[in-house]
Design a protein around this ligand. Structure first.
Ligand SMILES: Nc1nc(=O)c2c([nH]1)NC[C@@H]1CN(c3ccc(C(=O)N[C@@H](CCC(=O)O)C(=O)O)cc3)C=[N+]21
Length: 298
């Protein structure tokens, strides 16, 4: 059996198109959603991501402003910028690209963002609302994973066994919360988990997010399971190549023979993350301006 491929690139393009149509409607009402992306330092991968966030936000009709700060930026300066963005009525969403260079403190920085503009969904108020089912902003990568799961399995995921590998604040923990909200039976595995392969074999939904290239092997996967691979690992370049290949946390060639459906890397979860960022920015703009989210045909 060969697994169905879950095309995150196409799903993200479709979502961005729906968002663009909604942005056009609210723009007619005088509200142009504004996104500020803050990048501290010169990490090349982060620069690439920030550029594509800027470009895709503009393509959706939003205003997108990147703030690039030197790696030695004092924390007080960064907090000052965040305060100005919090107060700027043209900015509805603020994202500080992570990780931030040392000695900047991620928690202090995220905590300084107005929760209503926290389009990463990482501020403690949004994290709390996620856990109690309130109306916050959801973290982008887990939201994107849920959309791909529902596209694949249908809206109702209740009763399915889900295994999330990884317990980060950015991904593992919020993913587990969303799966619980969707009435799955959820297990969170991590570096101290015993018999990870056995845990995997019980999962109808498998979501590895650890950053270990090809860690999940084909014979760890329950036949027919849905695999959402959140890993983004750049391998060492082959001789004669400039850049190494991008692979996930799953040994794709093995897994594709066993799973029912699987996301590729690249072209799976990654593009959905950015589309969900735009979705959050539109949500934040509508809430800030007291507008209902315009309806568009799906
Ligand atoms: N505050 C914050 N929020 C984030 O959401 C955030 C962050 N910091 N720091 C870094 C990670 C990483 N991330 C990705 C987004 C899109 C792709 C993506 O579109 N990937 C493409 C290909 C990328 C390539 O070829 O290099 C794909 O998977 O098909 C990847 C990674 C967001 N992150």
């Amino acid at each position: 059996m060969t697994a169905r491929l879950i095309d995150g690139k196409a799903a993200a393009a479709a979502l961005r198109q729906r968002i663009a149509a909604q942005v056009a409607r609210v723009s007619d009402l005088g509200v142009v959603p504004g996104l500020a992306v803050v990048l501290v330092g010169e990490d090349p991968a982060s620069q690439v991501y920030v550029r594509s966030k800027e470009r895709l936000a503009r393509e959706a009709g939003m205003v997108s402003i990147a703030h690039r700060l030197p790696p030695t930026t004092p924390e007080a300066d960064l907090l000052d910028l965040i305060r100005r963005l919090n107060a700027d009525p043209a900015i509805h969403g603020i994202l500080v690209q992570l990780p931030v260079p040392k000695p900047l403190d991620e928690r202090t920085i995220i905590g300084a963002i107005d929760p209503a503009k926290d389009v990463d969904g990482l501020h403690p108020v949004n994290v709390g609302n996620l856990s109690i089912g309130g109306e916050g902003l959801l973290p982008c990568t887990p939201s994107g994973c849920m959309m791909l799961l529902r596209d694949t399995l249908g809206a109702d995921l209740s009763g399915l066994r889900a295994l999330v590998i990884g317990r980060s604040n950015l991904m593992g923990k919020p993913m587990a919360q969303l799966l619980v909200r969707a009435h799955c039976t959820v297990t969170v595995a991590h570096s101290r988990t015993r018999d990870l392969a056995d845990e995997c074999r019980r999962a109808d939904i498998l979501v590895p997010a650890v950053g270990q290239p090809r860690m999940v092997r084909g014979d760890w996967i329950k036949p027919g399971a849905t695999v959402i691979d959140v890993g983004m690992n750049r391998l060492a370049p082959e001789p004669g190549q400039e850049k190494g290949r991008l692979v996930g946390d799953v040994a794709f060639e093995e897994a594709v023979e066993v799973a029912g459906a699987i996301t590729p890397v690249p072209g799976g979860v990654g593009p959905m993350t950015i589309a969900c960022l735009l979705d959050n920015t539109l949500t934040a703009a509508c809430r800030a301006e007291g507008l209902a989210r315009p309806a568009v045909a799906a």
